[in-house]
Write a protein that binds this ligand. Structure first.
Ligand SMILES: Cc1cc2nc3c(=O)[nH]c(=O)nc-3n(C[C@H](O)[C@H](O)[C@H](O)COP(=O)(O)OP(=O)(O)OC[C@H]3O[C@@H](n4cnc5c(N)ncnc54)[C@H](O)[C@@H]3O)c2cc1C
Length: 466
């Protein structure tokens, strides 16, 4: 009896049950998980989400919220039992309000991140959240994973960019917390509980987001370096020279660059020789292009004098800037094309990164002969995508069966360096057991108590996070 009532709520055309229609919603972006569902349901309004969730609560039916399905940890994929519904927010994609005076934009959860950036830009504002999947990822997914991306160094992560939320709770009640306030000390911080909850506590239906003045100029450079330590010294130099003008400091190894140029043959390194490491630096300037370029050139000159860099390519046009960014942003896609890999999305204190990489690379090479490290990330945030490619002699299946041992080696090291096993991708179903291994009993107990209180029937994205 569930399906006819779902059809009444959202319209028959928006309850998908045919296997060819549901298939894209049932496998995650990395193709690590495939689940089953009674239906994929696509509501068009908050009231419809509320009615769907209330109905599911009556039936004890699990609800798996989904946005752009670009998540890295299987959080938006249902389990194989076929009991759940996938609740796709994609039809809820309206920009509700741009308030330039308050520097805010209020959007529905299914808005694709790039369209939020565009709507803000059209109003002369900057919405700074930016990540390589921004053409498909939605605001609901960004907030539910507390997404980071390339501008965290200057503007913070999704949590820092959110002022208010509208939510449908596991009971089907609507909480309208869409406040555009920068100060509001009226009790517990409920908003921040739902950000990063990966759909396990409720459904985000809309958000009021912070915007910033649009910079007058943005300049980008790619630096070639011999070591991670040199990249960290370059970070200090850039921070002390450029202050808040420094908006991105991304890092990748030569293995990453070779992966991108192999799988995207129209992409080229700007350097004639290869180097061990690269840093992509972006300055966003509120004066003008000349000022921004002058600052970047001064950083490059000082870095050369101090022998921190071996070479530099400063973009002379927006098109050249995009081409340099593509070398960084296509790494995940190139890795996906290369085959399955074991990913770690970790953070450690910035001061420990070089030692972490040296020691962990060495341990992995000793334990798993022939592996290839694909290391890149948001160096300015201490966040590494520290990924492991299979040795050539092993099949994908043989390699993936080593995942628990590889995880343990890397995550034990992360804990030894006082870091986190998930810096920005979340826990989902992929890292649930890892999270339970490393969190204290007290912290897990608090998380379970929150889950029981907000979702007593355990219908919201069960089997994810805890
Ligand atoms: C090429 C590539 C690059 C990436 N780069 C980055 C990066 O730099 N930084 C980063 O943080 N992430 C990155 N990601 C991961 C991913 O894009 C982000 O996690 C993104 O925020 C997910 O958005 P989505 O709409 O696709 O969410 P989905 O994948 O659909 O869902 C993610 C989680 O959020 C839940 N969810 C989705 N919508 C809602 C909602 N409305 N209410 C409640 N729960 C909801 C789902 O149940 C699931 O648990 C990258 C992914 C790819 C493919």
């Amino acid at each position: 009896m569930l399906l006819p009532r779902l059809q009444q709520i959202v319209g028959a055309a928006h309850v998908l049950t045919a296997s060819d229609a549901t298939a894209p919603y049932l496998t995650d972006w990395r193709r690590r998980f495939t689940g089953m569902a009674q239906a994929v349901v696509l509501p068009a309004a908050t009231s419809e989400v509320a009615a769907v969730v209330q109905l599911c609560a009556e039936h004890g039916t699990p609800v798996v919220p989904q946005g752009g399905n670009t998540g890295m940890v299987g959080g938006a994929t249902p389990d194989p039992s076929g009991q759940a519904i996938v609740l796709s927010l994609r039809r809820m994609d309206r920009v509700r309000e741009v308030d330039a005076g308050n520097q805010t934009i209020t959007v529905e959860a299914g808005c694709v991140l790039r369209s939020v950036q565009d709507a803000a830009r059209d109003a002369g504002l900057l919405f700074p959240l930016s990540l390589a999947a921004e053409g498909s990822a939605t605001i609901g997914g960004n907030l539910s994973t507390n997404a980071g991306g390339t501008q965290v160094l200057r503007y913070g992560n999704s949590r820092d960019l959110t002022l208010g939320l509208e939510l449908v709770l596991a009971s089907g009640e609507i909480w309208n917390g869409l406040r555009g306030l920068r100060k509001d000390n009226t009790g517990y911080d409920l908003r921040n509980l739902f950000i990063g909850a990966e759909g396990t506590l409720g459904v985000i239906t809309a958000a009021c987001l912070k915007t910033y003045p649009l910079p007058r100029a943005q300049v980008t450079a790619l630096f070639a370096l011999d070591s991670v330590r040199a990249a960290l010294d370059l970070l200090s130099l850039a921070q002390s020279s450029a202050g808040a003008t420094l908006t991105a400091f991304e890092f990748f190894s030569d293995t990453c660059l070779r992966l991108v140029t192999r799988h995207f043959p129209d992409r080229r390194s700007p350097f004639s020789e290869s180097h061990a490491q690269y840093v992509l630096m972006q300055l966003s300037d509120h004066e003008d292009e000349q000022h921004a370029t002058g600052l970047l050139q001064a950083i490059a000159e000082r870095a050369l004098e101090r022998q921190l860099i071996a070479d530099a390519a400063i973009a002379q046009s927006a098109a050249q800037g995009h081409a340099l960014w593509a070398l960084r942003e296509l790494i995940s896609e190139a890795q996906a094309r290369a085959g399955k890999n074991i990913k770690h999305d970790i953070s450690v204190p910035i001061s420990s990164i070089a030692r972490f990489i040296d020691e962990t690379d060495e341990q992995l090479a000793r334990l798993f002969a022939g592996i290839e490290m694909v290391t890149f990330g948001h160096l300015g945030d201490g966040n590494l995508h520290y990924n492991v490619n299979a040795p050539p002699q092993l099949s994908e299946q043989q390699f993936l069966s080593m995942q628990p041992a590889v995880y343990q080696c890397v995550h034990d090291q992360v804990v030894r360096f006082a870091g986190s096993i998930s810096a920005e991708h979340g826990i989902g179903q992929l890292k649930r057991e890892e999270n339970a291994r490393y969190k204290s009993a007290v912290e897990l107990g608090l998380m379970r108590a929150i889950k029981r209180t907000l979702d007593p029937l355990n219908i919201m994205n069960p089997g994810k996070v805890i």
